[in-house]
Design a protein around this ligand. Sequence first.
Ligand code: ZN
Length: 244
Amino acid sequence: MRYAILSDIHSNLVAFQAVLEHLETVGPFDQIWCLGDVVGYGPAPNECIELLRSFGHVCIAGNHDWAAVDKLDISTFNPEAADAALWTSRELLPHNQAYLQSLPSTLVRGDFTMAHGSPRDPIWEYVLSTGSATMAFESFAGPYCLIGHSHIPLLFQLNQGGTVSRQRFAPDRPTRLDGGRWLLNPGSVGQPRDGDPRASYVLYDAGSGECRHFRIAYDIPATQAEMRRLHLPPPLADRLSYGW
Ligand code: ZN
């Protein structure tokens, strides 16, 4: 079985379509595992939810998904994110609101726990440092945990002796899950924040245990033009050019 591990699509339909087109070139996959924030920031919330739901998939809730259906107080969002969350909640069709309402905050599939932020605090916590990863490793039972939220592709490994190592996911170089304990973040499809504006995702092959990380160029100006047409906050469109 092969799984496309996607996170933080953020209503960026053009980026999501580019990832799906790339997936066609690397062979069939069985299911999408989506780690939350399907919506928020971007211009196509309904289209992204409906495209995701056209595939076999599982999905967990992110903070922007909950904000869009009023399950979370947006007073902690920065002004642009809050504006976009309010816009998204007005745009969402009832069946897509119901879908976001239904998303669980964590899921377990085989050896994998999934949590948008962290297994300790699935909606809010960012896992960026070995310190936060160490606490995350204490908060799930199986060998592997998939996270999103930071929009930065990262791998953390729990070493024998209890130390945690942190590394970037290197594009196109497979990482083999070797039976140790790992925390993996595939990066963001729709709003990367590691200085590389290309869409980011991971393909996991359960047979070989290999995770392959890809960066996919997409038509960034097309998404930006749509955001401007819809009067979404300009900084949210600008940042797509920089991958930040
Ligand atoms: Zn996000």
